[in-house]
Design a protein around this ligand. Sequence first.
Ligand SMILES: Nc1ncnc2c1ncn2[C@@H]1O[C@H](COP(=O)(O)OP(=O)(O)OP(=O)(O)O)[C@@H](O)[C@H]1O
Ligand SMILES: [Mg+2]
Length: 254
Amino acid sequence: SHDLRTPLASIRAAAGSLLQDEIEWDPETRREFAAAIDEEAARLNRLVGNLLDLSRVEGGALHPRKELYPLDALIRAAVERLAGHLAGRRLDIDLPPDLPPVPLDPVQIDQVLTNLLENAIKYTPDGAPIAVMAAVDGGGDAVIVSVADRGPGIPPAERAQVFDKFYRLRGNAHAAGTGLGLAIARRLVEAHGGRIWVDDHPGGGARFNLSLPLSAEAYGMNAPAWGDGAALDRPGVVAAGTVAARGAGPSRDA
Ligand SMILES: Nc1ncnc2c1ncn2[C@@H]1O[C@H](COP(=O)(O)OP(=O)(O)OP(=O)(O)O)[C@@H](O)[C@H]1O
Ligand SMILES: [Mg+2]
């Protein structure tokens, strides 16, 4: 469940202790209180950011601004941004050289990929490899992107529910999270006319997949505002990271 009160209570308790005039805390204890405040504030920031994203997506305020975009570059940029969190684990990227550009909103699809990659890092053991692949589906009318890991996987009975808001698997509750990432991802992908689902990674682990339709006309693509192929030169587009970062609200940490 989403609980704004727990981190708030921790922050108030730590701040209250620091503010007690009659107690002289030693420096180490003071630091611990400050660290607790910092940590809980970060948790709160994440939760509020996700709640804002979710309310925007649910309110229909997030129409994808689609442009024909090089999906391979989007994937590589998302992976690169998370490189610091890989802690030595292998991340294999398997992209066909002839992957066509895809009509998509780069900020929104980046947010989807980033959550899938963060989950693959968060919910699998240190050192477990991650694989990202993309391919045009058999009929040629969609691109499918998969993020596959070697973690515990998602039990079949919960594969639909993990995309519900606030749903988290029991065994995973130790990892920081709000249970909103996949719910937001599903709405963003569906707003693109696509689908997102999870299945087994052959050989063990979870494999999250999303399909994005390739036919621009059917899904109301905007005219490319930046000219053919120039999308990658737009500063900040890929780095924006969150839906909120595009100016619709306060920015936040990832
Ligand atoms: N790759 C994975 N392997 C195992 N379990 C996963 C994986 N990805 C997601 N899960 C489970 O699905 C739940 C929902 O994921 P989701 O991304 O929606 O939320 P979260 O990661 O808990 O929080 P956040 O809102 O910060 O993303 C997770 O809490 C976790 O239990
Ligand atoms: Mg997540």
